[in-house]
Design a binder for this molecule. Structure first.
Ligand SMILES: Nc1nc2c(ncn2[C@@H]2O[C@H](COP(=O)(O)OP(=O)(O)OP(=O)(O)O)[C@@H](O)[C@H]2O)c(=O)[nH]1
Ligand SMILES: [Mg+2]
Length: 164
Protein backbone atom coordinates (compact mmCIF):
# COMPACT_ATOMS: atom_id res chain seq x y z
CA UNK A 1 0.00 0.00 0.00
CA UNK A 2 1.60 3.21 -1.17
CA UNK A 3 0.52 6.85 -1.19
CA UNK A 4 2.07 10.13 -0.13
CA UNK A 5 1.02 13.21 1.83
CA UNK A 6 -1.17 11.52 4.45
CA UNK A 7 -4.00 10.25 2.25
CA UNK A 8 -5.22 8.03 5.11
CA UNK A 9 -3.43 4.70 4.74
CA UNK A 10 -3.01 3.92 8.45
CA UNK A 11 -6.52 5.12 9.25
CA UNK A 12 -7.88 2.84 6.55
CA UNK A 13 -5.95 -0.24 7.66
CA UNK A 14 -7.10 0.32 11.23
CA UNK A 15 -10.70 0.74 10.10
CA UNK A 16 -10.50 -2.42 7.99
CA UNK A 17 -9.00 -4.38 10.85
CA UNK A 18 -11.04 -3.14 13.82
CA UNK A 19 -13.98 -1.21 12.39
CA UNK A 20 -12.87 1.77 14.49
CA UNK A 21 -11.35 5.20 13.94
CA UNK A 22 -8.26 6.64 15.60
CA UNK A 23 -5.62 9.30 14.98
CA UNK A 24 -2.11 8.18 14.10
CA UNK A 25 1.28 9.80 13.86
CA UNK A 26 2.85 9.66 10.39
CA UNK A 27 4.12 6.16 9.62
CA UNK A 28 7.90 6.11 9.86
CA UNK A 29 8.75 3.10 7.75
CA UNK A 30 6.24 0.26 7.38
CA UNK A 31 2.99 -0.80 8.96
CA UNK A 32 1.97 -4.37 8.24
CA UNK A 33 -1.53 -5.57 9.12
CA UNK A 34 -3.42 -8.79 8.58
CA UNK A 35 -6.93 -8.30 7.26
CA UNK A 36 -9.31 -11.23 7.28
CA UNK A 37 -12.05 -11.17 4.66
CA UNK A 38 -14.34 -14.16 4.19
CA UNK A 39 -12.16 -17.27 4.05
CA UNK A 40 -8.90 -15.49 3.28
CA UNK A 41 -6.26 -13.54 5.15
CA UNK A 42 -4.46 -10.69 3.43
CA UNK A 43 -1.20 -9.17 4.61
CA UNK A 44 -1.22 -5.50 3.70
CA UNK A 45 1.95 -3.48 4.21
CA UNK A 46 1.69 0.29 4.31
CA UNK A 47 4.86 1.96 3.13
CA UNK A 48 5.53 5.34 4.68
CA UNK A 49 4.54 8.22 2.47
CA UNK A 50 7.28 10.45 3.78
CA UNK A 51 10.34 8.90 2.23
CA UNK A 52 11.62 7.40 -0.91
CA UNK A 53 11.13 3.75 -0.16
CA UNK A 54 14.05 1.79 1.12
CA UNK A 55 15.71 -0.67 -1.21
CA UNK A 56 14.70 -3.60 0.94
CA UNK A 57 11.04 -2.79 0.47
CA UNK A 58 11.46 -3.43 -3.21
CA UNK A 59 13.27 -6.67 -2.55
CA UNK A 60 10.44 -7.69 -0.23
CA UNK A 61 8.02 -7.19 -3.11
CA UNK A 62 8.69 -10.67 -4.40
CA UNK A 63 6.19 -11.75 -1.73
CA UNK A 64 3.53 -9.29 -2.88
CA UNK A 65 0.63 -9.87 -5.23
CA UNK A 66 -0.85 -6.45 -5.81
CA UNK A 67 -0.33 -2.74 -5.28
CA UNK A 68 -2.82 -0.51 -3.48
CA UNK A 69 -2.42 3.19 -4.18
CA UNK A 70 -4.16 5.51 -1.73
CA UNK A 71 -4.73 9.05 -2.99
CA UNK A 72 -6.12 12.05 -1.12
CA UNK A 73 -8.92 12.92 -3.53
CA UNK A 74 -9.25 16.37 -1.98
CA UNK A 75 -5.70 17.34 -2.84
CA UNK A 76 -3.70 16.17 -5.82
CA UNK A 77 -1.09 18.91 -5.75
CA UNK A 78 1.64 17.87 -3.34
CA UNK A 79 4.25 20.61 -3.74
CA UNK A 80 7.45 19.14 -2.38
CA UNK A 81 6.11 15.60 -2.88
CA UNK A 82 4.94 16.33 -6.42
CA UNK A 83 6.43 13.32 -8.18
CA UNK A 84 6.95 11.01 -5.23
CA UNK A 85 3.88 8.84 -5.80
CA UNK A 86 4.64 8.46 -9.50
CA UNK A 87 8.30 7.64 -8.75
CA UNK A 88 7.28 5.12 -6.11
CA UNK A 89 4.83 3.41 -8.44
CA UNK A 90 7.44 3.26 -11.17
CA UNK A 91 9.96 1.64 -8.81
CA UNK A 92 7.39 -0.85 -7.49
CA UNK A 93 6.42 -1.91 -11.00
CA UNK A 94 10.02 -2.25 -12.07
CA UNK A 95 10.53 -4.78 -9.26
CA UNK A 96 7.25 -6.55 -9.91
CA UNK A 97 7.82 -7.21 -13.60
CA UNK A 98 11.09 -8.94 -12.79
CA UNK A 99 9.20 -11.86 -11.19
CA UNK A 100 5.57 -11.68 -12.37
CA UNK A 101 4.34 -12.97 -15.68
CA UNK A 102 0.73 -11.88 -15.33
CA UNK A 103 -0.65 -8.37 -15.29
CA UNK A 104 -0.26 -6.73 -11.90
CA UNK A 105 -3.50 -5.84 -10.07
CA UNK A 106 -3.62 -2.25 -8.87
CA UNK A 107 -6.32 -0.87 -6.63
CA UNK A 108 -6.54 2.92 -6.55
CA UNK A 109 -8.40 4.14 -3.48
CA UNK A 110 -9.51 7.75 -3.87
CA UNK A 111 -9.84 8.44 -0.16
CA UNK A 112 -11.39 11.41 1.69
CA UNK A 113 -14.42 11.27 -0.58
CA UNK A 114 -16.12 13.57 1.94
CA UNK A 115 -13.80 16.36 0.74
CA UNK A 116 -13.23 15.19 -2.83
CA UNK A 117 -12.44 17.90 -5.38
CA UNK A 118 -11.18 15.78 -8.25
CA UNK A 119 -12.77 13.63 -10.94
CA UNK A 120 -11.90 9.98 -11.51
CA UNK A 121 -10.01 11.00 -14.68
CA UNK A 122 -7.90 13.53 -12.77
CA UNK A 123 -7.07 10.99 -10.07
CA UNK A 124 -6.17 8.28 -12.59
CA UNK A 125 -4.02 10.70 -14.53
CA UNK A 126 -2.33 11.82 -11.30
CA UNK A 127 -1.25 8.28 -10.46
CA UNK A 128 0.37 7.90 -13.93
CA UNK A 129 -1.13 4.40 -14.14
CA UNK A 130 -2.03 4.83 -17.81
CA UNK A 131 1.66 4.57 -18.69
CA UNK A 132 1.64 0.95 -17.53
CA UNK A 133 -1.45 -0.43 -19.25
CA UNK A 134 0.49 -3.29 -20.81
CA UNK A 135 1.64 -4.69 -17.46
CA UNK A 136 -1.17 -3.74 -15.07
CA UNK A 137 -4.93 -3.64 -14.69
CA UNK A 138 -6.59 -1.36 -12.21
CA UNK A 139 -9.78 -0.36 -10.46
CA UNK A 140 -10.57 3.00 -8.84
CA UNK A 141 -12.83 3.09 -5.80
CA UNK A 142 -13.82 6.18 -3.82
CA UNK A 143 -13.46 5.71 -0.09
CA UNK A 144 -14.13 7.47 3.19
CA UNK A 145 -12.47 6.02 6.27
CA UNK A 146 -14.91 7.67 8.66
CA UNK A 147 -18.12 6.35 7.12
CA UNK A 148 -16.56 3.20 5.65
CA UNK A 149 -17.76 4.11 2.16
CA UNK A 150 -16.05 2.00 -0.50
CA UNK A 151 -14.14 -0.24 1.90
CA UNK A 152 -16.33 -3.30 1.45
CA UNK A 153 -16.08 -2.85 -2.32
CA UNK A 154 -12.30 -2.57 -2.00
CA UNK A 155 -12.08 -5.85 -0.07
CA UNK A 156 -14.36 -7.55 -2.61
CA UNK A 157 -12.10 -6.41 -5.44
CA UNK A 158 -8.98 -7.64 -3.67
CA UNK A 159 -10.69 -10.94 -2.91
CA UNK A 160 -11.66 -11.43 -6.55
CA UNK A 161 -8.49 -10.17 -8.23
CA UNK A 162 -5.52 -10.92 -6.00
CA UNK A 163 -4.04 -14.41 -5.86
CA UNK A 164 -2.46 -15.80 -2.72
N1 LIG B 1 -11.71 13.93 5.68
C1 LIG B 1 -11.11 12.73 5.77
N2 LIG B 1 -9.97 12.60 6.47
C2 LIG B 1 -9.41 11.37 6.54
C3 LIG B 1 -9.99 10.24 5.91
N3 LIG B 1 -9.19 9.19 6.15
C4 LIG B 1 -8.16 9.63 6.89
N4 LIG B 1 -8.28 10.94 7.13
C5 LIG B 1 -7.38 11.82 7.91
O1 LIG B 1 -6.18 12.00 7.19
C6 LIG B 1 -5.09 12.23 8.11
C7 LIG B 1 -3.90 11.33 7.76
O2 LIG B 1 -4.28 9.98 8.03
P1 LIG B 1 -3.21 8.80 8.12
O3 LIG B 1 -3.98 7.55 8.21
O4 LIG B 1 -2.21 9.07 9.18
O5 LIG B 1 -2.50 8.92 6.69
P2 LIG B 1 -1.27 8.06 6.11
O6 LIG B 1 -1.53 7.91 4.66
O7 LIG B 1 -1.10 6.84 6.92
O8 LIG B 1 -0.05 9.06 6.33
P3 LIG B 1 1.54 8.72 6.41
O9 LIG B 1 1.73 7.52 7.29
O10 LIG B 1 2.16 9.96 6.97
O11 LIG B 1 1.99 8.47 4.99
C8 LIG B 1 -5.66 12.00 9.52
O12 LIG B 1 -5.95 13.24 10.11
C9 LIG B 1 -6.95 11.20 9.25
O13 LIG B 1 -7.93 11.38 10.27
C10 LIG B 1 -11.21 10.41 5.18
O14 LIG B 1 -11.81 9.49 4.57
N5 LIG B 1 -11.73 11.69 5.14
MG1 LIG C 1 0.50 6.06 7.95
Amino acid sequence: MIGVNAPGKTTMLYKLKTGGIAQFTPTIDFNKQQIIFRDRTFDITEASGNYKLYDFFYRYMIHMNAIIIVVDSSQLSYGFYENLLQDTLKSCLKEFISFKNEKIPILILANKSDKSKHTDEEIISFTSINKYQDITFFKLIRTNCFTGEGLQEALEWIYENVQN
